[in-house]
Design a protein around this ligand. Structure first.
Ligand code: HEM
Length: 497
């Protein structure tokens, strides 16, 4: 995603009164973790470099053995508590809350001067756009005059390369393959793109069910609004009760739900704090694997007939159907079989990478960055911590009255003089490693993530927490709703045997 320059001020007033649509701070009185000097920038560049201390140094010779032979990705240990798909659910949730396409990596920035291109709420504005009236290109004009149903498109040739000869579906695209969706980042890789497609399918299923349930006599607009409400509430419920519980632990989720956020306070409407958007919630970058099984192709059992690929491979030759999992393309094999990503109880699911301070090697060579900008996601994250003047993890832990990591836990940063003033993003990853064995976030990272996500839902007057806090899902079973239930209801799971 290109990064231009923000149009507004460079100074940093630290007021706590935020305009809607701007970023803000949880801890406005804390200073940035370190002064912006050439030697600090050198240190961050060294820390974020390919083959540097945060590079998992995966053997990128073959995407399949990278998965089947643990020796080839020794620095990418399995997380026994979370499956591979939660990374992309996390990415999808990020894209629903926060989008900063304008701030600069070159100079410090006042978060209040930067516009958030997403509504800071879990409201699926990345799926619905402005609704059928304002964003008609997202809706299917052949059903109810384009007023109820989201558009999905067939992938030509997919049945021939799919188990059971099943036709697969894609998000809609224009003639140049640009996805017609509410947020371009949801087509950044094939997995998040197909997850977006699943949300389209879930909405359409709810529309169809309501049509049957309510019978004729209901205006298309009413059906759309009711379906949108149900989809949003199911999604919000799942984010709290499945995604957050796995990411930060059930106890913390219950506490924040019952007593509300302690540190995340807002005046009128909630905003996105930079401690969340450039630090704590970027924990997910550490969960990404170098390669995945995109789908089972024509065989549930023969890997030679399945589609394995690196998440990105800039050397992949075919521009129309590259041999990696980048988004932005339509080709017969470019679909996802979810059994690898979420647990359908068939023994096929794969684990997520643990949350720690090593990132998969392909992330050190991002594609599509503006010329002259860093291509290492690690360097970009560290620079954002500096440019947004995010305080150190140690200071944030103290301000939150939570245990502070010992310098010994960060002794590999001594060389960079960052072991006692650690960029919050790095701190959150190391804290997860030290306090939770990398299986979930630690106390500081967990609390920031839980308070902001639950706070955004509590601050949304239309959310289920505000309208009907005791509401329980009707899709799924026994009052519960998981990602597996969502994918099944969306009819995007093809039986493999
Ligand atoms: C293959 C998967 C992913 C890729 C390639 C990716 C890549 C990126 C890139 C290039 C940026 C902009 C970096 C910058 O210039 O500052 C970014 C931002 C971000 N990412 Fe990811 N990401 C991925 C998955 C995730 C996941 C799993 C999470 C969290 C669970 C996440 C959270 C974030 C957040 C919070 C931002 C800042 C968004 C904003 O405010 O604009 N990302 N990501």
């Amino acid at each position: 995603m290109p990064h231009g320059h923000a149009q507004l001020g460079e100074t940093t007033p630290r007021s706590v009164f935020y305009d809607q649509g701007r970023f803000g701070r949880l801890f406005p009185t804390l200073p940035v973790f370190a002064e912006d000097t050439p030697s600090l920038r050198d240190a961050l560049a060294e820390l974020g470099a390919k083959n540097g201390p945060m590079d998992a140094r995966d053997d990128l010779s073959d995407p399949i053995t990278l998965i089947t032979d643990p020796a080839k990705s020794a620095n990418n240990p399995d997380n026994p508590a979370i499956t591979a798909g939660f990374t992309f659910l996390g990415q999808f949730i990020d894209h629903d809350m926060t989008f900063d396409p304008t701030s600069s990596l070159a100079r410090q920035q006042d978060p209040e001067s930067i516009r958030n291109f997403r509504i800071p709420a879990l409201d699926l504005d990345n799926v619905y756009g402005g609704g059928p009236g304002a964003s008609p290109h997202l809706y299917d004009s052949t059903v109810d005059g384009g007023r109820t149903t989201l558009l999905v498109e067939e992938i030509p040739g997919s049945a021939a390369v799919s188990v059971g000869n099943k036709t697969r579906f894609d998000v809609p695209r224009n003639s140049q393959n640009t996805a017609l969706i509410g947020d371009p980042r949801n087509d950044e890789n094939l997995i998040v793109s197909q997850f977006h497609r699943a949300l389209l399918g879930f909405h359409n299923k709810v529309v169809a069910d309501l049509g049957q349930e309510l019978g004729g006599g209901h205006a298309a607009g009413e059906i759309f609004s009711e379906a949108q409400r149900l989809v949003r509430w199911h999604y919000q419920w799942l984010v709290i009760h499945e995604f957050l519980v796995k990411t930060v632990g059930g106890e913390l989720v219950d506490e924040v739900l019952s007593t509300g956020p302690k540190h995340f306070k807002w005046r009128n409407d909630p905003f996105i704090p930079v401690e969340f958007s450039v630090a704590a919630y970027r924990f997910g970058h550490s969960q990404i694997r170098p390669s995945y099984r995109g789908n089972f192709g024509t065989s549930a059992s023969d890997p030679a007939k399945q589609f394995f690929a690196f998440i990105f491979d800039p050397t992949a030759a075919d521009p129309n159907d590259p041999a990696d999992l980048r988004g932005g393309r339509r080709a017969s094999r470019r679909f996802i079989d979810w059994q690898t990503f979420f647990d359908f109880g068939d023994g096929r699911v794969r684990r997520n990478k643990k949350i720690d301070t090593t990132l998969s090697t392909p992330l050190f060579n991002l594609m599509g960055q503006a010329a002259g900008e860093p291509v290492s996601l690690v360097t970009r994250n560290l620079l954002r911590n500096l440019m947004m003047e995010v305080p150190s993890g140690e200071r944030v832990a103290k301000a939150m009255k939570l245990p502070v990591l010992a310098p010994a836990d960060l002794d590999d940063l001594e060389h960079f003089h960052l072991n006692e003033r650690t960029p919050l993003w790095f701190y959150v990853l190391r804290e997860a490693q030290v306090t939770a064995g990398g299986e979930q976030l630690g106390p500081v990272g967990g609390r920031i993530v839980a308070e902001v996500i639950i706070g955004l839902i509590m601050g949304d007057r239309q959310s289920y927490l505000r309208q009907e806090p005791d509401w329980t899902p009707t899709y799924g079973s026994s009052g519960s709703f998981t990602t597996v239930d969502l994918l099944k209801a969306a009819d995007v799971v093809v039986a493999l045997s």
